[in-house]
Design a protein around this ligand. Structure first.
Ligand SMILES: Nc1ncnc2c1ncn2[C@@H]1O[C@H](COP(=O)(O)OP(=O)(O)OP(=O)(O)O)[C@@H](O)[C@H]1O
Ligand SMILES: [Mg+2]
Length: 377
């Protein structure tokens, strides 16, 4: 009668043998870790306390009189078991013993080989997938490198051109201003000169931003309180906000640690971001400016309730000369300048925006070293 697991030999007998609780009595023999017996009635099983139980009765009850249990190692760290059972007693010859022992060994080795092949197939699949990922990453990095290279070249070109244009432009502006002061100018001429001056000022602004973008302006860092910079910067923008129906909300963390920055450049960051926010709220709205510190970093949030940005705009935000504003209204360099300055200060910028709801720019700067305690002399 097969056992619950389908074995002809009762599980209790097998478990006992595997656990080393089965004692083989003559005419049995133990060969390596295998058990061979031609008379199962003489098998003894030990219980946990070492008392003998009659295992043979168990085996005989299933009609098995000759029994071989041949364990073999399997890769998972466990053991396989080859079971041979005959209803006749003394069924095993010396040859059987040799053949079946060898068969169990071969079986174990075949299974191990199969498992190794399976594992190596899985590993090759993993390797192939990793190779695809590595190729993708390589292509992405190469793209980034090309982009950075292009930007650096543009930066150098722009810096060179800006330098060369600065001087003639200064002359245009200077002479136009002189001409404007001439007495008794016809109204039309005066208006034309005014246009020349405005155009020259706009061009000068582009040149100035280009030079900042190309990092031609050296940074002069000193320990600053970002709250003071924000207060000073906003002072000049408050009246503009009021005129455009924009409510300004300030939340400045009082215990903000100092930060090592170039105050003039940080002022530019603030102004560029706030002007963008104001321009994004043509119908008025709320402009929130927050400072806070977090894990040795200083954060500056500029949040507006304006038009927000689509994914396409967000994707090009920091590309030099990218603008959605009309000709003469935006150079598309503001955020490139902001990014250049923030990066030069070892910081980053995060942007969160939803079309029709508004945008939030977060400038993150590393906090300066905590002030050393003054030594007493
Ligand atoms: N707060 C904002 N809300 C909505 N769109 C914004 C905001 N800030 C920037 N943008 C978008 O990003 C574009 C690029 O901004 P950036 O400041 O670089 O250039 P600009 O404002 O167009 O020109 P300028 O050189 O005068 O700053 C803007 O044209 C606008 O489309
Ligand atoms: Mg701008």
């Amino acid at each position: 009668m097969p056992s619950s697991s389908g074995n002809l030999i009762p599980d209790a007998v097998i478990d006992s043998w595997m656990a080393g609780h089965l004692v083989a009595a003559a005419p049995s023999r133990v060969f390596g870790s295998s058990l061979w017996t031609g008379d199962t009635s003489r098998l003894l099983m030990l219980d946990r306390q070492g008392r003998t139980l009659n295992a043979g009765q168990n085996a005989c009850a299933s009609g098995i009189q000759s029994l071989a249990l041949i364990p073999f190692p399997v890769v998972s760290g466990g053991r396989g078991l080859l079971q041979l059972g005959y209803r006749q007693p003394d069924s095993f010859t010396e040859d059987d013993l040799q053949v079946w022992e060898a068969a169990a060994l071969t079986l174990g080795m075949t299974l191990a080989l199969r498992a190794a092949q399976e594992e190596s197939r899985e590993q090759s699949k993993e390797m192939a997938a990793l190779q695809v990922l590595a190729e993708e990453e390589k292509t992405r990095l190469q793209g980034q490198l090309r982009h950075a290279d292009r930007l650096a070249t543009i930066g150098q070109l722009a810096a060179g051109a800006a330098h060369e244009l600065n001087e003639p432009l200064g002359s245009v502006l200077g002479f136009a201003q002189l001409a404007k002061n001439c007495p008794k100018l016809p109204v039309q001429v005066e208006q034309d000169i005014e246009k020349i001056i405005n155009a020259a000022l706009h061009a000068r602004e582009i040149i100035r931003k280009l030079m900042v973008f190309a990092r031609q302006m050296p940074t002069r860092k000193s320990p600053c309180n970002l709250n003071d910079l924000v207060r000073e910067g906003l002072y000049f923008l408050e009246s503009r906000c009021a005129c455009e129906g924009i409510r300004m909300v300030r939340q400045l963390e009082e215990t903000l640690p100092e930060v090592m920055v170039d105050p003039a450049q940080l002022h530019q960051v603030l102004v560029n971001l706030v002007v963008n926010a104001i321009q994004a709220m043509p119908e008025g709205g709320t402009l929130a400016i927050r400072t806070r510190s977090e894990n040795r970093r200083i954060l500056l949030d500029i949040e507006d309730s304006g038009i927000g940005m689509t994914r396409e705009i967000l994707g090009q935000l920091f590309t030099p000369f990218f603008t959605t504003k009309g000709i003469g209204q935006g150079t598309g360099l503001g955020l490139s300048v902001v990014q250049g300055i923030v990066t030069a200060h070892g910081g980053t910028i995060l942007v969160d925006s939803q079309p029709g709801k508004g945008s939030r720019f977060t400038v993150i700067l590393p906090a300066g070293d905590p002030p050393k305690s003054q030594e007493l002399s």
